[in-house]
Design a protein around this ligand. Structure first.
Ligand SMILES: [Zn+2]
Length: 271
C-alpha cells in the first residue's frame, strides 16, 4: 500500500508535469473505485489550468482554481505521465489528458483508490476536514502529541496511526519510529511523558523524511511517475523482522497483532 512517503514522492515527481498545463480531456474507463468517479468530471475539468499539485495526508490535490481534483491511491494505485496515444491496460481506469500531448494515468488493480472533485476550499471536504496535523509540519510537535494523548488508554502505536491525531503514519513507520524512540508499541498513549513525546515526534518526522529522501518504500506494486518501481527496500530496525536479532542489542525481535496490524519491537531497547 502506498504510504505517505510514496505519495509525497509521487507528488514531487508529478508536479512539474502537471503545473501550468491545461486539461484537454478526461477519460473514465471504470468509474467503480472506492467511491464512483463523478460522471460530470469531463465537463467540469475540460479547459481548466492546473495551478499546483499538493498533498494532504495521503490525498493528492490537483488545484484547478475553481476547485480541486482529489486523488487517492488506495491499496494498489499508481500514477504515471505517458504520451497521449499510449494504449490502456485493463487496470487503467482514469486519464487526464493535458495540453502538452501527455496524459496522467491512474492504474489501480484493486480499485480502492479515489478520484473526486470538490469546488471551493478543499480542506472543508468531508474526507479532509477532520484530519489531524501533517507529521512534517510545525504544528505536529512534542506539546501537541503530549496534549492529544493525555488520558488516553489506547496504545501509543494505535494513537500515532490515528488520522485524527496525526496523518500519514502507517504501520511500517509507526513500528520504526517507536523503536527509534525506545517506546513499546503497547504502552498506553496517556502514559508517554513529555520528553518521550518529544523523542517520538522527532523520530516520526525523521523516519518519514528519510523514506521520502530514498524515494519511498513499499512492499507492493507502487510505480512512480517515471514508470519505475518506486520501492526502495529500506533497512528496517524492526518492521518485518519478527524473530531476527535486534540490530542494536541482539535480542530477538518480538511480533504480535495489534488492532489487525503486525507490531514488532525489541524487549530490551523499548520500554
Ligand atoms: Zn534491542
Amino acid at each position: 500500500m502506498p504510504e505517505l512517503p510514496e505519495v509525497e514522492t509521487a507528488r514531487r515527481g508529478l508536479a512539474p508535469h502537471l503545473t501550468g498545463k491545461t486539461i484537454t480531456d478526461v477519460v473514465i474507463r471504470n468509474a467503480s473505485l472506492r467511491w464512483p468517479i463523478p460522471k460530470n468530471l469531463p465537463g467540469l475539468l475540460r479547459g481548466l489550468i492546473i495551478r499546483s499539485l499538493k498533498r494532504r495526508a495521503k490525498y493528492l490535490l490537483v488545484d484547478c482554481g475553481d476547485g480541486t481534483l482529489i486523488l487517492h491511491l488506495g491499496m494498489s494505485g499508481s500514477l504515471r505521465i505517458l504520451p497521449a496515444n499510449t494504449p490502456a491496460d485493463k487496470h487503467d481506469h482514469f486519464d487526464l489528458s493535458l495540453s502538452d500531448g501527455t496524459l496522467m494515468r491512474l492504474r489501480d488493480p484493486r480499485r480502492f483508490g479515489a478520484v473526486l472533485w470538490h469546488s471551493g476550499d478543499v480542506h472543508t471536504h468531508p474526507l479532509l476536514a477532520s484530519l489531524g496535523p501533517e507529521p512534517l509540519e510545525k504544528d505536529f510537535d512534542a506539546n501537541y502529541l503530549h496534549r492529544s494523548t493525555r488520558g488516553r488508554i489506547i496504545s501509543i502505536k494505535q494513537c500515532i496511526m490515528d488520522n485524527h491525531v496525526v496523518v500519514g503514519v502507517g504501520n511500517i513507520y509507526a513500528n520504526e519510529a517507536l523503536f527509534r524512540a525506545g517506546i513499546r508499541p503497547r504502552l498506553a498513549a496517556g502514559r508517554v511523558s513529555l520528553p518521550r513525546c518529544s523523542r517520538l515526534a522527532a523520530e516520526i518526522r525523521s523516519t518519514l523524511t528519510e523514506a521520502i529522501a530514498q524515494g519511498g518504500s513499499t512492499l507492493r506494486d507502487f510505480v512512480n511517475s517515471t514508470g519505475q518501481p518506486g520501492y526502495f527496500q529500506q533497512n528496517y530496525w524492526v518492521y518485518g523482522r519478527g524473530g531476527d536479532p535486534c540490530k542494536r542489542c541482539g535480542a530477538p525481535i518480538k511480533q504480535f497483532k495489534q488492532g489487525q496490524r503486525s507490531s514488532f519491537y525489541c524487549q530490551k531497547c523499548q520500554k
